[in-house]
Design a protein around this ligand. Structure first.
Ligand code: MG
Length: 458
């Protein structure tokens, strides 16, 4: 049986690999999974085709007897919070998260507000491929979704309640918010304002073309925002992806930090200030830097390495609580709020940490062990090529500490390398960190070159 779901939902190029026909059948399978009479909240980000896709998704769900409610344009964590707090049986978010503009897709959320488990995804795939949908008795009863107002307002309020806004309002930190023309345009500026910070917004006009930057927040795509942070002397900058579950942080000097760096700072802050009622344990994906261990272990925090993918982290944390879960891509889970990545919550926590620890964000980040990261990717066309990359990486680093939870992570004396097949694109990702930028670049280039030579010559 084929797979539809990747690391986080179903995604494809809208109109090509993700057609309305496929989406309709998928939505019927999702509808059959939730069952007739269930209440499902649908939302979307700002992507091209989003309105049409919502129409198709709603039609598929309703045809299977599901009662559809529509939240409008809203970040994924906002939809998730609303599903959990208002007793919905689930949610469907029309989004392709951080993918390029031509993509769209769906994420399916359970009644607890968390993306459904791998087993439930497989159940939906089974229904999809077998065409096992409900009988005629469920059909034709419902024909229009119910519009739900105030989903974004509810989210803004709940996020702001989680931190001490009086403390932030006293200091009024200046924060540059880059919404990347995505769904956070409707929330993050208002969260900052509600907290008493002074937001300066960039790209916070929703636009399906994403004309200003790539929807994925990275040091490259946030270069202009980093320049603005520096130019106006802001205390902090934050850049989101299109559906707002990620927040990448820019410090006061305009340096852009990956999420494992901001995540380490926040997790220790949350632990030491008892923001979360949980043991000193942190979950992070194998794609995170070894600095996570170096910074958190001395504070008495255990680091649990997990396969890449926030769903795995969320579901594990719900069974074995921890103070935080995060990924290097900017996804951060604050379990006192909800068990999912939440870009708006991350921004609020950063602001709270900043005013608590003395306002100098570049000094905060300088506490972390210094590694220089280089990420690259190699396109792959066949499964055997992917397998070859993994096997060859294992033998290439056979003398080092290997973490084989997801791909191959080799930890050397003063560097580490991760070779991992992507769950969302036909590429193998190669990540390297070392003590100098030159060494990191050299290593990344030589690993990519030598693996390509060994595996792509056929
Ligand atoms: Mg996202």
């Amino acid at each position: 049986m084929g797979r539809l779901f990747g690391t986080d939902g179903v995604r494809g190029v809208w109109g090509e690999s993700l057609t309305p026909e496929l989406l309709l059948r998928l939505s019927r399978a999702i509808g059959a999974y939730f069952g007739p009479g269930s209440r499902v909240l649908v939302g979307r980000d700002t992507r091209r085709g989003g309105d049409l896709a919502v129409g198709v998704v709603s039609a598929g769900l309703m045809y299977e007897g599901v009662k559809v409610y529509y939240a409008g344009i809203t970040p994924t964590p906002s939809l998730q919070l609303y599903v959990r707090d208002h007793g919905f049986d689930g949610g469907v978010m029309v989004t392709a998260s951080h993918n390029p503009p031509e993509y769209n897709g769906v994420k399916v959320v359970g009644p607890d507000g968390v993306e459904i488990s791998r087993e439930d995804e497989e159940r939906i795939e089974e229904l999809y491929f077998k065409g096992e949908f409900g009988g005629p008795e469920v059909r034709g009863l419902l024909s229009s979704p119910v519009r739900v107002e105030g989903v974004n307002d509810y989210y803004v309020e709940k996020v702001a309640e989680r931190v001490d806004s009086e403390k932030i309002a006293k200091v009024k930190p200046r924060v540059v918010i880059d919404c990347g023309n995505g769904a956070t345009s409707f929330t993050s500026p208002y969260i900052a304002r509600k907290l008493g910070a002074k937001p300066l917004t960039l790209n916070c006009n929703p636009d399906p073309q994403f004309p200003s930057r790539h929807p994925e927040p990275t040091p490259e795509s946030l270069r202009d925002s980093a320049a603005v942070v520096r130019a106006i002397g802001a205390h902090l900058g934050v850049g989101h992806d299109a559906d707002g579950d990620r927040a990448i942080v820019i410090d006061s000097r305009g340096e852009v930090h990956w999420g494992d760096r901001s995540g380490s700072l926040l997790a220790r802050f949350a632990y030491e200030n008892k923001l979360v009622n949980a043991p000193g344990r942190v979950y992070t994906g194998v794609s995170s830097s070894m600095l996570v261990e170096e910074y958190l272990k001395p504070a008495g925090i255990e680091v649990v390495w997990t396969p890449v993918g926030a769903v795995t982290i969320s579901r594990r944390m719900m069974n074995e609580p921890g103070v935080a879960g995060f990924e290097e891509n900017g996804g951060y889970i604050h379990p006192a709020h909800q068990y999912v990545r939440d870009g708006g919550m991350t921004m609020a926590l950063m602001l709270y940490m900043l005013v608590t620890e003395g306002l100098d964000s570049s000094r905060l980040f300088s506490k972390l062990p210094k590694y220089y990261a280089v990420k690259t990717k190699v396109p792959v066309s066949t499964r055997s090529e992917v397998q070859c990359f993994v096997e060859e990486a294992k033998s290439m680093f056979s003398g080092e500490r290997l973490i084989l939870i997801d791909g191959v992570k080799a930890v050397g004396e003063d560097y580490w390398v991760l070779v991992r097949p992507s769950g969302t694109e036909p590429v193998v990702r190669i990540m390297v960190e070392a003590r100098s930028p030159e060494r990191a670049r050299e290593l990344a280039e030589s690993v990519a070159k030598s693996l390509s030579e060994r595996c792509k010559k056929q």
